[in-house]
Ligand binder design. Structure first.
Ligand SMILES: NC(=O)c1ccc[n+]([C@@H]2O[C@H](COP(=O)([O-])OP(=O)(O)OC[C@H]3O[C@@H](n4cnc5c(N)ncnc54)[C@H](OP(=O)(O)O)[C@@H]3O)[C@@H](O)[C@H]2O)c1
Length: 368
């Protein structure tokens, strides 16, 4: 091995890790240089290779590069440190400290809350939690029987008033005039656009059962409902210069989901719509929050192993605490941690690569 043509490229700093390039052999080794063992005046000119114990000269022509890379290494380290500190600080503030130190006083936004898809799962939990925090609640779903039951529970358990509206959000724009009429005169502080549907199949786009109906239903229920309900309620919020709109996207919309395409794509729309709306109306006193949960234990995720889910009650309690602190959240602490871990070990390119192989069908496909 030649010493002439070798030079040292510090990774973090010269005393710690070094990338050792053997130019003659054309090979690159990562090794640790133990400069601390050398007298100070010599440590700038040579180092001891860890593997061999040999004292090796640093090619002086490489020193400017060495210095520049030193600086780059330190800056990289600082950048990573600050980034990690900010993420940890943000997670603590939004999901942990918010239990006691809320972003906003929800009740000050108006006496009524409207929740779509509110007879089970996450929507029902929002209706209960908002009532517990002092709101009267408008419940909107398909089944009148379930609506009356949830309304009765809320009145009994929290002593708040309720109003129910029966509708099927897979319908087109014609279903919204009766909703507008039913909400007339109510001072609405919070709108939760929660209703959503998914095809319980992991199959390519055209293979979804009754694909024509499914695509219409998914677009109307997941996307149009969010837009139209916002259109109905936002004007009175703007007039009062306060209001909160919580829109349900999904982590499934944070990246493409082959084999569950329509769901992910409709949720991406909700996420982008929410982020843009928050910018447009933020200065008018309106908070728009996009929620992108992972798995919450509801009817929609009945087939998912319970170890991977959080209860809808715990999820909603935490998610409501984040309002006013962040306009884009997973909703709860465990989902925030899971999201960070997934993004780290399973980036989008790898996700799409796996989805394009039989591995996906073999392992992930079995979940549904
Ligand atoms: N659960 C999760 O892990 C998860 C993860 C990410 C995102 N999300 C999103 O969170 C939201 C709530 O999910 P969830 O799990 O709570 O769902 P869910 O358990 O299936 O509950 C859906 C609710 O919406 C109502 N609903 C369904 N279709 C409707 C329609 N066409 N018209 C009117 N109401 C309808 C249902 O009541 P009726 O049957 O009485 O109409 C029910 O109250 C959805 O937008 C979903 O995409 C959920």
């Amino acid at each position: 091995m030649t010493r002439k043509a070798c030079f040292l490229v510090p990774f973090i700093s010269q005393g710690h890790a070094a990338l050792f390039l053997d130019a003659y052999g054309g090979r690159v080794h990562l090794s640790c240089a133990r400069l601390v063992e050398l007298p100070a005046e010599r440590s700038h000119h040579c180092f001891i290779a860890r593997e061999t114990g040999e004292e090796m000269a640093i090619d002086s022509s490489a020193l400017p590069l060495d210095h520049a890379l030193n600086v780059l290494g330190v800056l990289t380290f600082l950048w990573l440190f600050v980034k990690i500190a900010l993420v940890v600080g943000w997670v603590m503030r939004v999901y942990v400290l918010s239990e006691k130190w809320r972003g906003v006083d929800l009740a000050s936004y108006g006496p009524w809350a409207v929740v779509t898809g509110s007879t089970s799962g996450i929507g029902k939990a929002y209706a209960h939690e908002l009532a517990r925090r002092g709101f009267d609640v408008v419940l909107i779903s398909r089944s009148m029987e379930k609506l009356k039951q949830v309304a009765a529970e809320i009145e009994q358990q929290h002593g708040r008033s309720t109003k129910v509206i029966q509708t099927d959000f897979t319908g087109g724009s014609e279903i919204y005039e009766p909703i507008r009429a039913a909400l007339q005169g109510l001072e609405i502080g919070v709108l939760v656009n929660n209703v959503g549907m998914v095809a319980n199949q992991l199959v390519p786009f055209l293979s979804v059962t009754n694909v024509d109906k499914y695509t219409n239903d998914a677009v109307n229920c997941n996307m149009l409902s969010t837009v139209k309900m916002t259109q109905i309620i936002l004007p009175q919020m703007v007039a009062r210069k306060k209001g909160i709109i919580i829109n349900f996207a999904s982590f499934g919309g944070a990246r493409p989901w082959p084999f569950n395409l329509m769901y992910g794509a409709t949720k991406t729309f909700v996420d982008f719509f929410s982020q843009g709306l928050d910018i447009e109306y933020g200065s008018k006193g309106i908070i728009v929050q996009s929620v992108l949960p992972l798995y919450v234990a509801t009817g929609m995720t009945a087939v998912i192993d319970k170890r991977f889910t959080v209860s809808s009650e715990s999820f909603v309690r935490q998610a409501l605490n984040t309002v006013g602190l962040s306009d884009r959240v997973t909703g709860c602490l465990s989902h925030a941690v899971q999201k960070l871990a997934i993004e780290l070990v399973f980036p989008v390119w790898l996700h799409l690569f796996v989805a394009g192989t039989t591995l996906f069908e073999k392992y992930v496909g079995k979940v549904f």
